[in-house]
Every structure is written in C-alpha cells, then in structure tokens.
Ligand binder design. Structure first.
Ligand code: FAD
Length: 106
C-alpha cells in the first residue's frame, strides 16, 4: 500500500534538492520548463488528495522560477503550507539552502 509519509519525505527531499541545484540565473527555456514540471508534478503525484490540495495551492501562489533562491523559497513556503495543515513545525525558509545544498553551519 502507498505510504504517504515515506512518499512525502522522499519527495520533499527531491523537490528541495532540485530547487537548490536549479540555476542561479535560469534562461527563459529553463524557467518555462520548471513551471511546466511543477504543473505536471502536481497532476501525477501519487497521493491523490495531496495532489489536489497542492494543485490549489500552486494556483494561489504561482511558482517563482526566477532564480535558485526564489524557487527554493517558494518550495519552502509550499512545504510550510502542508506542515501547517498537518500541525508540523514550520521551517525557517532563510535556512533552506543550508539544509538542502550547503550543509548546516555549526
Ligand atoms: P517532511 O515534512 O517530509 O519533511 C522532510 C524534511 O524536510 C524535514 O525533516 C525537514 O528537515 C525538511 N523540511 C521541513 N519543512 C521544510 C520546509 N518548509 N522547507 C524545506 N525543508 C523542510 N501528507 C498528508 O498527510 N497530507 C497531505 O495532504 C500531504 N500533501 C503533500 C503534498 C506534497 C506536494 C508532498 C511532497 C507531500 C505531502 N504530504 C502530505 C506528506 C507530508 O508533507 C510529509 O512528507 C509526511 O507527513 C512525512 O513528514 P516528515 O515528518 O517525515 O517530514
């Protein structure tokens, strides 16, 4: 059976890492492609009620594909929306690249 928790934490790992390695200065094609990727991802995410909520959420707040920083922040905010829904602690988005790219500063 589908393990929504396991799928979720693995998927967030992938999404935040993808954003953390997205170009600092994406070209127009890359911006288009990332927007499309997020749209298609939201249609095929295997947890159906998660996918429906996510589709609504990204319509309300459109993906910010302008740069690595803006995209990472956007995914962080989207993840926080889900965290709030599930009564999980919110994540400090100023630390998102530290978490998913550079490694925690001691
Ligand atoms: P996760 O929330 O999976 O987080 C994994 C790690 O990411 C954390 O340990 C932390 O280090 C880091 N992190 C936490 N918050 C942030 C943030 N804001 N930005 C960056 N890094 C962060 N589950 C449901 O039950 N119902 C839903 O409707 C639902 N919708 C989902 C929609 C999407 C698009 C995705 C990808 C997942 C969804 N999930 C949903 C799964 C849910 O978000 C969690 O992944 C799952 O509950 C497991 O939680 P976790 O405690 O392992 O940590």
């Amino acid at each position: 059976p589908l393990d929504i928790q396991e799928l979720g934490s693995n998927t967030w790992s992938f999404l935040h890492t993808m954003a953390a390695y997205y170009p600092e200065k994406p070209n127009e094609q890359e911006k288009k492609d990332m927007t499309k990727f997020i749209d298609l991802f939201s249609k095929f995410y295997p947890c159906e009620h998660c996918a429906l909520d996510f589709q609504h959420s990204i319509k309300k707040k459109k993906p910010d594909v302008q740069s690595r920083y803006s995209l990472s922040d956007w995914f962080c905010q989207q993840h926080n929306i889900v965290n709030r829904k599930l009564s999980k602690p919110e994540f400090d988005c100023s630390k998102v690249l530290e978490r998913w790219r550079d490694g925690w500063k001691d």
